[in-house]
Write a protein that binds this ligand. Sequence first.
Ligand SMILES: Cc1cc2nc3c(=O)[nH]c(=O)nc-3n(C[C@H](O)[C@H](O)[C@H](O)COP(=O)(O)O)c2cc1C
Length: 156
Amino acid sequence: MKLAILVGTMTGTAQLVAQELELRLDDGELQAQTRLMDGLDAAAFAGGGLFLICTSTYGQGDVPDNAKQLYESLQSARPDLSNVQYGVIALGDRTYAETFCNGGKRFDRVLSELGARRIGEIMLHDASAGTMPEEVAAEWIGGWISLCREQLGVVA
Ligand SMILES: Cc1cc2nc3c(=O)[nH]c(=O)nc-3n(C[C@H](O)[C@H](O)[C@H](O)COP(=O)(O)O)c2cc1C
């Protein structure tokens, strides 16, 4: 099973989370590869497969700068993503009550509109909660991978 972790980040937190997960996941049976979203467009999903979107939120509930091209390309090109399965790790801060974790939620919305299937619930991380996102994600990922194996029919 291959997993592409696509990272949207402004100050590196989401990248740290993705790198931590990649280290934990790469076990021979599952090959995880982290890619920053910089320079990517909708073609990143061509061919389908399993993706994990790991992104923070900025501005007025926007995706980070390095994720804008990918997000806007999905909205304008509108490819059929029915061969894509994905999960979302959304980093945010509840101080921004109206737009909490909107960056990840925006990706979830556009991917599902394009026919991709989300596996599991979105993982939401609140930077004001005093927990480390890489630790929360490390706990969350085991359950998510089990769901992926169940739903994609891969024997664990
Ligand atoms: C200028 C600024 C704007 C932000 N806007 C939001 C927001 O609208 N909603 C939210 O949930 N978090 C918001 N955040 C919090 C970040 O998404 C959060 O701190 C995240 O962990 C940063 O991850 P990164 O280092 O990968 O970019 C904002 C942070 C900053 C500095």
